[in-house]
Design a protein around this ligand. Sequence first.
Ligand SMILES: Nc1ncnc2c1ncn2[C@@H]1O[C@H](COP(=O)(O)OP(=O)(O)OP(=O)(O)O)[C@@H](O)[C@H]1O
Length: 892
Amino acid sequence: MTSILRQSSSTLARLSRSSLQSAARSSIRTSNHTLLLASRISARQARSFASNPPKKPKKDNNGAKEDVTGKQASELSGKPAPGTENLYNGKTPLSPQENGEESAEPPLAEGMTRMNPEDQKAIEELLDTVKKGMPKSQVEIIEKSLEHMKREGIPKELRELMDEMRGKPMTLSQAAKLTRLTSQVVWKQMDKEMKKEQTDFESNESKGGESGGPPPPGGSGKGQKQGAGGGFKPGEMKIDTSSLILSAFVSYLLYRMVMPGETGRDITYQEFRSTFFDKGLVEKLTVVNRDRVRVDLHREATQSIYPDSPAVNPNFHYYFSIGSVEAFERKLDEAQKELGIPSSERIPVSYATDTDAWQFFMNFGPTILFIAAIFYMGRRASSGGGGASGVFGMGKSRAKQFNHETDVKVKFKDVAGMDEAKMEIMEFVSFLKTPEQFQRLGAKIPRGAILSGPPGTGKTLLAKATAGESQVPFFSVSGSEFVEMFVGVGASRVRDLFAMARKNTPCIIFIDEIDAIGKSRGKAGSWGGGNDEREATLNQILTEMDGFNTSEQVVVLAGTNRPDVLDKALMRPGRFDRHIAIDRPTMEGRKQIFLVHLKKIVTHEDLEHLTGRLSALTPGFSGADIANCCNEAALIAARTSAKSVAMIHFEQAIERVIGGLEKKSLVLSPEEKKVVAYHEAGHAICGWFFKYADPLLKVSIIPRGQGALGYAQYLPAGDTYLMNVNQLMDRMAMTLGGRVSEEIHFETVTSGASDDFNKVTRMATAMVTKWGMSKKLGPLHFEDDENKLHKPFAEATAQTIDSEVRRIVDEAYKQCKDLLTEKKKEIGLVAEELLSKEVLGREDMIRLLGKRPFDENKDFVKYFGGGPGSKSAPPPFPTENTDSPPEAPTPA
Ligand SMILES: Nc1ncnc2c1ncn2[C@@H]1O[C@H](COP(=O)(O)OP(=O)(O)OP(=O)(O)O)[C@@H](O)[C@H]1O
């Protein structure tokens, strides 16, 4: 082993490299850590050597004698190359036995040679450094292996090989031999340890049998023995990729550290002749691979002529290229003749085929590294879960798993205002909790349910609550996460997801936005061809759902905003058996949802009144909107350093959610402001004096959101599901109020009513084509499909539709104009007040116009007709963010 430390630096690097190769090869066969150890130890030796070169051993300190190579080196080198004095001393120690010393050590096996204390110290130092970055288990193995080497020595053959390699490039056959020898050491060591374990185990067993006592706690004698941790544990010796890469890295660093800058240099034939050949410095020439010639120089002579040349380094060679061997021989012959060298003293020429291991590594290294990197990344990506995985784990499911004990805390009580949906889904809970109850009566277990509804209505929340109630794991994934650029990835992810779910039964899978993959296959193909990837994914889901056997308690819930586009195959019984529609909450529902979210808010308002008023103000709000409002109110209150969140904060929050931020920075000219004020006053007067219009809550001329210069807010008469012709006509007339007011009060009109016209036209068109409210066209429904190029009615019908729409709008316009002409003075009052105050509330309107001459809605009176709450700033109509009244809802 001393010889390892004393070798030339390049040999050391090769040694560590070869050991690594050995470890790598063995890993494929044996998964054995100890093989890696050889690499680490040789690496450690080299590192210690490089950073702390061993002192030149005192002659005969250990009785060492020079070996042949050492002699040659010392003969040749009058003075060693600078910086290499300690590297090439060529000493090989003898074992103590050879030295004639008495040794207390056990005798070595045949063919082994012992490490001397100097070697051991160097290795221990090296190991101390390497151990710092290693897992404990590996450190243990390394220490044990070192102990083993101290005890048992290393094969003589290995040492001889190292000596042989000194100062020369390592050939492939040497690398192979080195691998074989290091492997042998490891195998022997393992074999011995295993035998020892076996013997210990047997003796333990027999002792246990004799004593007749109870077996020790923790299992068998073997287990106990292993647990005691005394032995070398072959089972632990698993080589892993990271260790391999670590070793490669260490070896590479070592190589960089100890390798001399150059081992060879290319020169031209002319340089060769003039610099070396003509001066008689050439000792030998070797034709390598028939195209290059390696020049061996007389080192001493070279040094005396060129003391600074790298050629004084015994490991250094010059090379020059040749066209053909014959031509080279001819040229050399001529050159020698020219110099008059007699044939007996001619320079010897030998021929070699060089497959230098390093050359080999240099050629194939990048490829090997690349493959190793892919392998490593592939393993990393696919680690941490079962199931199929593709390249870099692409085929793995992206589903998030929520642990029922820790993560899924949502219960049904947290989901407010959807009692019917909860009832439906409750059945899944009882199935997951007590499946026997269903199976006993021969009932088939429902596979899954589609939860459909507008965004933010609580579909995900309901699915989570189902998991929370039934206390089972919950896998949540979005449909779009299955979609990838590569065909087959989606299907693979579906397989992986279901495989994962089956391992965790009973459980719930929730696929959000299932329309991303579950779109009807026929429909998707009608424009621009089908989508193979999406279809493959969908097919895989269908197959997986079919594949459940009835006892598998995996429930699949899916959420979508577009149930109409889903493939029929998904909806058939046996797949998504249930279709649960979740609509926007009703007034009562909103109250409940407010109550849920107000739990976290600090407020001193009367909860009953607060929730009632807020829910009356928020028709059309989804659960998510309500949650957002509560949070927004708390933020507003915090911004004003309020102690608790008050009604006014909630109302401002609602206003902000609907209308967007107030744009105080947008400054209108006085003329524009006047137009806006009269426009808004027109709407306000219509809302006040038309019986079926919605009562006004607030009107403002502060610009808000996107492009709304004014803002009129109305409170609808509760949740409206049906609208009659009177209501529609009043609403249309009110919508036109802005423009009519402009016409009455100014010489010209502005572009501000564009959105109003859009709404009025759409309402009138719906009345004619969908709701059968035109006597001329009768009770017909004309499909309005934008994808169809042809209208589904005759040209004459189209003309009738146009004329009927025009008639209705004209009627609304007349109705509006009549009213506003009559109330011209009131418009002026409201507009001027608006110009001075910018915002008018309901109280201002009563003050200016008197009480509204119609009966008010019950809820309106309850929450806005007086009392403390009504004094605060009235909030906007939720579906409205411009200056015109809302559109009619589609009658059920
Ligand atoms: N019924 C409800 N009760 C209480 N909170 C609700 C309710 N509905 C919605 N929310 C609130 O809205 C948030 C969003 O809801 P969720 O994500 O379940 O909507 P979704 O219907 O799945 O929306 P999307 O269709 O956009 O996926 C919830 O986290 C919750 O705070």
